[in-house]
Design a protein around this ligand. Structure first.
Ligand SMILES: Cc1cc2nc3c(=O)[nH]c(=O)nc-3n(C[C@H](O)[C@H](O)[C@H](O)COP(=O)(O)OP(=O)(O)OC[C@H]3O[C@@H](n4cnc5c(N)ncnc54)[C@H](O)[C@@H]3O)c2cc1C
Length: 412
């Protein structure tokens, strides 16, 4: 056999994008693309997955419904269908996203995971690389989300555990854990809902509560708690609203301290604004905790082969562990030489000014305000880029540069 000649690596294909490059085809990427097209500005969306809204399609559990009423989760320019319930299911949300993409003729480029993006000051363009293509544009819109990667905490002894350990991004339904003793690590909205789902499938969830947490009823006086907060914010100071929420919460769901769920000293809305930590909206978990079907346990000291040892000295056996430990942004892994983001991948400038950086950089969906924040960003970004698009006297300048760039790329 002759010597094996190594295949020469082909240079990536260069593609000039007429209009902005949007990274991510979640609700934020779709919203900004739709708003741009309303202004007559084309765009290209690069999406690592094989579908739109991949977080919702691939990484959420079956029983998930929107946490907030639909009027607070609609994307710009197209509301939810009237016949959808107040809290649409995940399938309804996905079908809304699909109709949205069709309505605005949005066709993302799928299976394009952005590996790096960098502003080239010598030519004034962003160079965005996926596994096989280099895309070039004047504008880069980051829409990869606050929830791009699951957070997997380091817990001593985890590698010893003999059963399955899954993050909520892979959890689908309690039926997979029927009759099991399950340790649920985390008590945010996901941890609470997963525990409830497990309970409904005769599993015995033990929910680990390491930190303080605000639990609020999802509705008060027949209105969504979120809606009440939005209305009150127009008239009253934050502290007063927080006191009001805590009073109503105490009256309706009772004192959560007695259940092992200690409240932070800072009120729920102030905490949300300062740290981004969302209060848990109760959808039935508390009554299962009260009835003893969901056990609340303190922090885990270590995982053992058959279960866990807790900080209070108790030791229990478990069949499975579910990590409801949240998500994080992945921007720092691919956006190079840019100090617009913190090391956690969030814009350094807080809401409402974090949507625009320098050199044609924009971010959508990093406001810690869910889909309402997305709408705010998308509208602003589209109008800002549209102004530049219109005032660019000669669009062909870009097209010509494109040809030059393509030639250069081919040379290297
Ligand atoms: C369980 C759960 C329930 C929620 N419920 C609500 C709710 O009721 N109301 C609400 O307002 N918000 C809710 N949220 C928050 C929700 O995540 C956002 O509102 C919404 O999905 C954000 O959209 P996004 O497009 O910004 O991010 P995502 O939906 O995360 O979309 C980002 C996209 O970018 C892609 N991507 C990431 N990295 C790359 C890369 N390097 N290259 C290419 N593509 C990439 C991802 O594959 C993904 O498709 C919920 C979140 C979770 C996890």
């Amino acid at each position: 056999m002759g010597p094996c000649k190594e295949k020469e690596e082909e240079p990536p294909k260069c593609v000039w994008v007429h209009g902005p490059i949007i990274v991510g085809a979640g609700p934020s990427g779709l919203a900004v693309s739709a708003c741009l097209s309303e202004h007559g500005v084309p765009s290209v969306i690069l999406e690592r997955s094989n579908c739109i809204a991949s977080l919702w399609q691939h990484k959420t559990y079956n029983r998930l419904k929107l946490h907030l009423p639909k009027q607070f989760c609609a994307l710009p320019l197209l509301g939810f269908p009237e016949n959808f319930p107040k809290y649409p299911t995940k399938d309804q949300f996905v079908s809304y996203m699909e109709s949205y993409a069709v309505r605005f003729s949005i066709r993302p480029r799928f299976n394009q995971a952005v590996q790096s993006a960098e502003f080239d000051s010598s030519c004034g363009f962003w160079k965005v690389r996926t596994q096989d293509v280099e895309y070039i544009s004047r504008w880069l819109i980051v829409a990869t989300g606050e929830n791009a990667e699951p957070v997997i905490p380091e817990i001593a002894g985890m590698e010893r555990f003999r059963g399955p350990v899954v993050h909520t991004s892979s959890y689908k339904a309690g039926s997979d854990f029927a009759n099991q003793r399950v340790l649920v690590v985390g008590c945010g909205n996901s941890g609470m809902e997963v525990s409830l789902d497990l309970c409904r499938h005769n599993a015995v969830p033990h929910m680990v509560v390491r930190n303080t947490v605000h639990v609020l009823p999802r509705e008060m006086f027949g209105f969504s708690t979120f809606g009440v907060v939005m209305a009150l914010q127009k008239w009253f100071p934050l502290k007063l609203i927080d006191n009001f929420l805590l009073l109503v919460a105490n009256l309706t769901i009772g004192n959560t301290e007695q259940l092992g769920l200690h409240r932070p000293k800072t009120g729920p809305i102030e905490l949300k604004n300062v740290t981004g930590k969302t209060p848990v909206l109760d959808v039935g978990t508390l009554s299962q905790i009260k009835s003893g079907k969901i056990k609340v346990v303190e922090g885990v000291k270590e995982i053992t082969r058959n279960g866990a040892k807790f900080m209070d000295g108790q030791e229990k056996e478990f069949d499975s562990i579910i990590l409801a430990t949240g998500y994080r942004s992945n921007v720092p892994t691919w956006l190079k030489a840019c100090d617009f983001f913190t090391k956690d991948g969030m814009p350094k400038t807080p809401f409402p000014d974090g949507w625009k950086g320098e050199n044609g950089l924009y971010t959508v969906g990093f406001t810690r305000r869910g889909l309402l924040g997305t709408t705010y960003d998308a509208v602003k970004i589209a109008s800002d880029i549209a102004d530049q698009w219109r005032t660019t006297k000669d669009c062909r300048t870009y097209c010509n540069s494109h040809i030059i760039l393509l030639k250069n790329c081919n040379k290297t």
